[in-house]
Design a binder for this molecule. Structure first.
Ligand SMILES: Cc1cc2nc3c(=O)[nH]c(=O)nc-3n(C[C@H](O)[C@H](O)[C@H](O)COP(=O)(O)OP(=O)(O)OC[C@H]3O[C@@H](n4cnc5c(N)ncnc54)[C@H](O)[C@@H]3O)c2cc1C
Ligand code: FES
Length: 316
């Protein structure tokens, strides 16, 4: 199991977790994600790795509670564990020198875009970061955004912090001021990414978007994350998650992401009505697994995959 070594709230319904996962920490590259499962019957959800510390053997993720699994996950604290984690998954971001690179991120998308922003800066790009959020309580990692960029703008829908307006307004302002822009990365809600693509497409500015399609296995087998690029089908988990915005069929993505909306709403409502019991059940299940796992490790001879930490055994 994967122990949570640190958990802290960083914004409204947004929590950052640092988790022991040494093998993933050693391999992770900017733009990659992991898939975790909280309990045996739980769904598997993809989350971007914000950072990793190979020395400490930890990875950091940031989670916005929007449905049942993310809400249950955000009830966990340091000392709790996560049942399964697979990763790192997906292609790393393509990091090279473009010139001026604009990162456009919406709320939790900021955490997802930060590792790529740092890498683009390191590659010599002039990084301009536009962070958008509904309101002040959802503005996250402002200090890191400033550290990862030469120029940073915070936009809020209601004007409660930074400038009032959408991230698209700021991008349009920069373009109207004839600012040279050689590359754009947009990470956030699908309508936001589609709006960015509609601005940069006609100007032929190379734009990548990180697609948050529904995922199950993360290995290209289940087809859950299928996206349409022009006429070609791609799988966000193995071919992405970043794709050329000009090619993406955002309508199909939105349609597919809403396929299970009724069930998701029911599931969230049930969780909200029984959150204390569900958290207690999860902790009891994990405690049982912990005992099982330590017995199994003791019984295996050294060198057998069972004697390795679970993450290493899964990848052995
Ligand atoms: C590659 C990748 C990286 C991601 N990284 C992060 C991250 O770093 N932090 C983070 O908070 N979230 C991230 N997400 C989104 C996260 O996986 C979903 O929020 C999560 O699966 C929702 O699970 P749930 O059970 O809480 O909600 P559900 O009940 O499954 O869904 C609730 C609502 O969220 C929508 N939804 C469902 N799945 C997704 C999805 N994959 N993306 C967007 N909306 C979805 C549904 O349409 C529904 O409206 C990422 C998604 C992908 C594909
Ligand atoms: S998540 Fe199953 S194919 Fe991508």
């Amino acid at each position: 199991m994967y122990k949570i070594v640190e958990a802290r709230t960083v914004g409204l319904n947004i929590k950052q977790f640092t988790i022991q996962a040494p093998r993933i920490a050693r391999k992770q590259r900017p733009g990659q994600f992991l898939i975790l499962r909280l309990h045996e019957k739980g769904e598997r959800i993809p989350l971007t790795i914000k950072s990793s510390d190979p020395q400490a053997g930890t990875v950091t993720i940031v989670v916005q509670a929007i449905g049942k699994t993310t809400s249950l996950l955000n009830c966990l604290e340091a000392g709790d564990s996560i049942l399964d984690i697979v990763g790192p998954l997906g292609h790393p971001s393509e990091v090279k020198f473009y010139g001026t690179a604009v990162i456009v991120a919406g709320s939790v998308g900021t955490a997802m875009a930060l590792p790529t922003a740092y890498a683009l800066k390191q590659a010599g790009n002039r990084v301009v970061f536009i962070e958008g959020a509904r309101s002040k309580e959802m503005v996250v990692f402002e200090d890191e955004v400033r550290a990862a960029s030469e120029e940073a703008y915070i936009m809020t829908d209601d004007g409660s912090y930074g400038e009032r307006g959408l991230v698209t307004k700021k991008l349009n302002d920069l373009l109207a001021a004839q600012r040279p822009i050689d590359f754009v990365l947009a990470v956030g809600p699908v309508p936001m990414m589609r709006a960015i693509a509609r601005i940069t497409g006609p100007l032929a500015i190379k734009t990548m978007v990180s697609l948050n399609s529904i995922m199950v296995d993360g290995t290209g087998m289940c087809g859950g994350c299928r996206v349409l690029l022009g006429n070609a089908s791609k799988f966000a988990c193995v071919d992405g998650p970043e794709f050329d915005a000009a090619q993406v069929n955002f309508e199909v993505l939105m349609q597919r992401n809403s396929m299970y909306r009724d069930k998701e709403c029911q599931s969230l409502k049930h969780f909200q009505d029984h959150s204390t019991e569900e958290l207690a059940e999860l902790r009891a299940e994990l405690a049982g697994k912990q005992i099982e796992e330590s017995r199994f490790a003791v019984e295996q001879p050294t060198g057998h995959p069972g004697s390795l930490p679970r993450e290493d055994a899964l990848n052995a």
